[in-house]
Design a protein around this ligand. Structure first.
Ligand code: SAH
Length: 385
């Protein structure tokens, strides 16, 4: 595989252009073309420069392979990378703009028991430009232009653990927030981590004030370790301290993801313990009913229990919402869509019959619990918006 030109900062592009003996305005032209999602071969720079670039760099490092559209407008994308690896993402349409969920790795090595992305382990890290390339491709496909981007908000909640690919993710964040590129404000970006404490602390000092989201999913380290192996490396206490440090450095409140898993983490006592743990902290809790993954045995909690859990938190003064499900008539993203492709199941899961499925923003496909409809969960949108 050749290198990825979309990895480069604006200054690095300018240096490349200078090295090639071209005028400085060519750097701007190149950056604009790339930001429009163009292939190198489509950008009208002098032929010699284009040929030199194509020698060294992939013409199209991220290509949209398939698109699945839900009735509510949510789209799922399957992307092909230059080496043939597949990744996936989701575009959710809201009144205030469009949020794209991007992947940061092919697969994942964190091993969370409820997650589809980790089923085959980590294949490889994505480069900064491969993360950016997902957005450039979708923005172009959706008709985004310079002053009216089709992608306005980002969540790093697709496949992979962003902080397990720290350097490339930070490089990507610098590039995607650069006003000479996509210019997406850090305030419109959410990054979700399973709680890699040293990287959380390092990130607090990068000067990128995005919405930091931590996957908590439990109230004690012992219970957390049952579904999240990372809990053996870092305690909830250390995670909370790192969150406080993040707030101190950035002034941004932080968010906890809490997936409600039947018989695991959503008794009234859990709600009470969670409220106790988070009391007085500048944070928000995003509840989501587990999206059941075919290959895993964990089950979702019922809608009524989920509402009760939410009520128990808010009654104790904790800011919390139950996340609304989107795109419920198209299955399979973030792990499962890729998995079904890799396994040779050509069609998206929704076409396999009438079983109803729900999915989160991060698109973990699931079957809806018996007797419940697949969408219309709580009507709440994510907190950070
Ligand atoms: N590696 C990052 C990003 C993962 S995806 C992290 O761990 O935070 C974003 C969110 O979806 C995380 O909170 C993750 O725990 C959650 N998630 C993964 N699989 C899920 C499932 N089957 N049902 C509900 N939430 C799930």
């Amino acid at each position: 595989m050749k290198a990825v030109l979309q990895d480069k900062t604006y200054e690095e592009l300018a240096a490349l252009v200078a090295q090639a003996g071209e005028k400085p305005f060519r750097a701007k032209q190149l950056a604009e073309g790339l930001t429009q999602g163009k292939r190198i071969s489509e950008i009208p720079v002098p032929a010699a420069l284009r040929a030199a670039l194509l020698e060294q760099f992939e013409d199209e490092p991220v290509r949209i392979e398939r698109v699945f559209t839900a009735k509510d407008g949510t789209k799922k994308f399957l992307f092909a990378l230059a080496d043939g690896n597949l990744i996936e993402g989701v575009l959710m349409k809201y009144k205030y703009g469009n949020t794209q969920c991007v992947s940061t790795q092919v697969g994942c090595r964190m091993g969370c028991k409820f997650c589809a992305s980790t089923l085959g382990g980590l294949v490889r890290n994505l480069s900064a430009g491969e993360i950016l390339g997902q957005i450039l491709a979708v923005n172009r496909a959706e008709g985004g232009v310079k002053d009216r981007r089709a992608v306005t908000n980002l969540v790093l909640m697709g496949s992979g653990e962003p902080f397990d690919n720290y350097d490339q993710v930070v490089r990507f964040l610098r590039n995607v927030t650069d006003s000479r590129g996509m210019g997406i404000s850090a305030r419109n970006i959410s990054l979700s981590t399973c709680g890699l404490v040293p990287q959380m602390r390092a990130f607090a000092q990068e000067g990128i004030p995005l919405n930091l989201t931590v996957s908590l999913h439990a109230v004690t380290d012992r219970e957390r370790a049952r579904t999240m192996p990372v809990a053996r490396a870092y305690s909830i206490r250390e995670i909370l301290d790192a969150c406080a440090f993040y707030f101190e450095k950035t002034g941004r409140r932080y968010i906890f993801e809490y997936s409600l898993i039947a018989g695991e983490n959503c008794d009234p006592a859990h709600a009470e313990a969670l409220a106790e743990l988070l009391r007085g902290r500048p944070c928000h809790v995003n509840l989501i009913r587990l999206n059941e993954v075919r290959e895993r045995s964990l089950r979702a909690t019922g809608e009524r229990e989920a509402q009760a859990f939410l009520k128990a938190l808010t009654a104790r003064g904790i800011s919390a919402t139950l996340r609304r499900s989107m795109g419920s008539d198209i299955g399979g993203a973030c792990g499962q869509l890729r998995a079904s492709y890799v396994n040779g199941e050509e069609e998206p899961p929704m076409s396999q019959g009438s079983r109803k499925r729900t999915e989160s923003c991060c698109g973990k496909r699931s079957r809806a619990p018996k007797g419940e409809t697949a969408n219309e969960e709580s009507g709440e949108e994510e907190a950070q918006r």
